[in-house]
Design a protein around this ligand. Structure first.
Ligand code: CO
Length: 182
C-alpha cells in the first residue's frame, strides 16, 4: 500500500522516533509499505516518520548499487573519516535541494524486519543516505545541517512550506520533479 508522505512543517517530523520493540507482522507490513511508497516516489531512502509513523525504521533502495533492499530497524551509526560536501534532497521537502557536509564513512548496526542483527560499513552515496535517514528518526532535516549562508537562501521557501502545512495535499507527480530524494 502506498502511504502518504508527510512534509516539512508537520510536527511529527520533528519528534524523536520510538525504538521498535515488537518484530511482528505489523512491522513487516510497515516495511513493505515503506518500500512501495519509496519506489512510487522514486526515492532512494525513506524513514518511518516521513509516512507518519514515529518509529525507528528506515528503508534504502540499493538497486543501483547491489540490487538489494536494505531495511534498518533501531539503527546505531558510527561516523568516521574525512568529511565531504554533497547535494541532498528530501521527499519531505519538495522542490528544495542543497549541499550538506557529512562524514564519508559510516558503520551501522541494527535489525532487519525479522529481528535479525544487521551490521554494515558504507561509504559514498549509501553512507550519505544512511545519515540522512537516521537524522529523520531524530527529528532532523538536511536543511538543518546546511551552512547558514546557503540555508538563508532557501529560508523563505522553507517558511512557506511550514506555513502551508501541506502534508497529504501534494500529489506524487509534483514530487517527481525534484531529484536525489531521500
Ligand atoms: Co529526507
Amino acid at each position: 500500500m502506498i502511504l502518504k508522505i508527510h512534509y516539512y512543517g508537520d510536527p511529527l517530523l520533528r519528534r524523536k522516533a520510538q525504538e521498535v520493540k515488537n518484530f511482528d507482522r505489523e512491522l513487516k507490513r510497515l516495511v513493505e509499505d515503506m518500500f512501495e511508497t519509496m519506489e512510487n516516489n522514486e526515492g532512494v531512502g525513506l524513514a518511518a516518520p516521513q509516512v507518519g509513523v514515529s518509529q525507528r525504521v528506515l528503508v534504502i533502495d540499493l538497486k543501483r548499487i547491489s540490487g538489494e533492499r536494505l531495511v534498518m530497524i533501531n539503527p546505531k551509526l558510527q561516523l568516521s573519516g574525512s568529511k565531504e560536501s554533497l547535494s541532498e534532497g528530501c521527499l519531505s521537502i519538495p522542490g528544495i535541494s542543497g549541499e550538506v557536509v557529512r562524514p564519508v564513512h559510516v558503520r551501522v548496526e541494527g535489525f532487519d524486519a525479522d529481528g535479525k542483527k544487521v551490521e554494515l560499513e558504507a561509504e559514498g552515496m549509501l553512507a550519505r543516505v544512511l545519515q540522512h535517514e537516521v537524522d529523520h528518526l531524530d527529528g532532523i532535516f538536511f536543511v538543518d545541517r546546511m551552512n547558514p549562508v546557503r540555508r538563508a537562501l532557501i529560508n523563505r521557501k522553507l517558511k512557506r512550506l511550514e506555513k502551508d502545512n501541506i502534508s497529504g495535499k501534494l500529489n506524487s507527480e509534483k514530487m517527481k520533479k525534484a531529484e536525489g530524494l531521500f
